[in-house]
Design a protein around this ligand. Structure first.
Ligand SMILES: [Zn+2]
Length: 331
């Protein structure tokens, strides 16, 4: 089995949808491209046009080769502790009220559950798994969810669909493999355009996974580190400041209406993310706020913040921690 070199700020490959030109770009170039200040160097097509340039796979990637793909480690991150769960029953959490709504809409819970179960599993590079965690941190309601990182081994005889495809998704972004795979295949290569963009990810059926290792992420950090102690004191101080009065709020700009605690959280995020590759700085937003602050454990947030940054800046420690875990067989 082989581990791929990890690099969060390598150049990305783009392909122009209009003239088909392919070239490499940096994070700085992409930032300008997103503001329509840059475009295809050959035909000028920018992000506003139909056929705008988009990420494509590296032609030299060794993962075009089926054997290399099967012999590589793949990664996945999730808030599920037992991914991929063979006994997962999507209908288990459905209430009677929801069932009645399904009935009223003429839908069957069984069909819906079958469709949920047929959603494809995804694995990708280490970088893509970590970027997925960062993206999802921002989605929740201010508290800190526990995430898990999985290292995945494919079965040695899984059948891989030829070629590299666009991500197979429906209109809400769920991936379904039915109808995309030709007979017998259980793994589909696709270009990841959101996480570790222009890398190859895989949508696959559970039967293609041989075993997984997993650890909770981020790794724990010593709460006695000077930055953690200082950050904790700053959070505790901010949490004791009185909330803004309505009279004040009317006179302030929107961004100033944040609580003192939330402003301090955003400052801590900026301090830590300043050490990260430029492309990830903007993504380094945890969504943590007053609702998630636990006065009994005020160091939890600074510890997590440093741990998150280490997932990017010290990936080798994360891989070592994974390496100590037993393999759990899946298929
Ligand atoms: Zn072009």
């Amino acid at each position: 089995m082989t581990e791929s070199p990890i690099c969060f700020d390598r150049p990305r490959r783009l392909r122009c949808g209009k003239c088909r030109h392919e070239w490499h770009v940096t994070a700085e170039w992409l930032e300008k491209f997103d503001q329509a200040l840059e475009g295809c160097p050959l035909c000028g097509t920018d992000c506003r046009s139909e056929g705008h340039p988009n990420f494509c796979a590296e032609p030299e990637s060794r993962w075009h080769d089926d054997t290399a793909l099967r012999e590589s480690y793949w990664y996945h991150s999730s808030t599920h502790e037992n991914w991929p769960d063979k006994n997962f029953d999507p209908a288990a959490d459905i209430t009677d009220v929801t069932k009645r709504r399904f009935d009223a809409m003429g839908l069957s819970v069984e069909d819906w559950a079958a469709r949920q179960e047929s959603k494809a599993l995804h694995v990708g590079t280490y970088e893509a798994a970590i970027e997925n965690t960062l993206r999802r941190l921002d989605d929740h309601r201010g508290a800190l969810d526990q995430f898990y990182l999985y290292r995945v081994q494919l079965t040695s005889d899984c059948v891989i669909e030829p070629g590299v495809h666009p991500k197979p998704t429906d209109w809400v972004g769920n991936a379904y493999l039915a109808g995309v795979l030709t007979s017998g295949s259980t793994v589909l290569r696709y270009v990841n355009v959101h996480e570790d963009p222009s890398s190859i990810s895989l949508a696959l059926e559970p039967v293609a996974i041989r075993a997984v290792q997993s650890i909770p992420i981020p790794l724990t950090v010593d709460a006695r580190e000077p930055w953690v102690l200082d950050a904790t004191a700053r959070l505790v101080r901010a949490s004791s400041e009185p909330p803004l009065q309505p009279a004040d709020v009317r006179q302030r700009w929107h961004y100033q209406q944040m609580s003192a605690l939330e402003s301090e959280v955003r400052r801590l995020e900026s301090e830590i993310s300043a050490e990260l590759p430029a492309r990830l700085r903007r993504r380094f937003r945890t969504g943590f706020n007053d609702a998630g602050f636990d006065a009994a454990a005020p160091a939890a947030f600074p510890v997590m913040l440093i741990g998150l940054a280490h997932l990017i800046t010290d990936a080798q420690s994360v891989l070592q921690a994974l390496g100590l875990q037993p393999w759990r067989s899946v298929s």
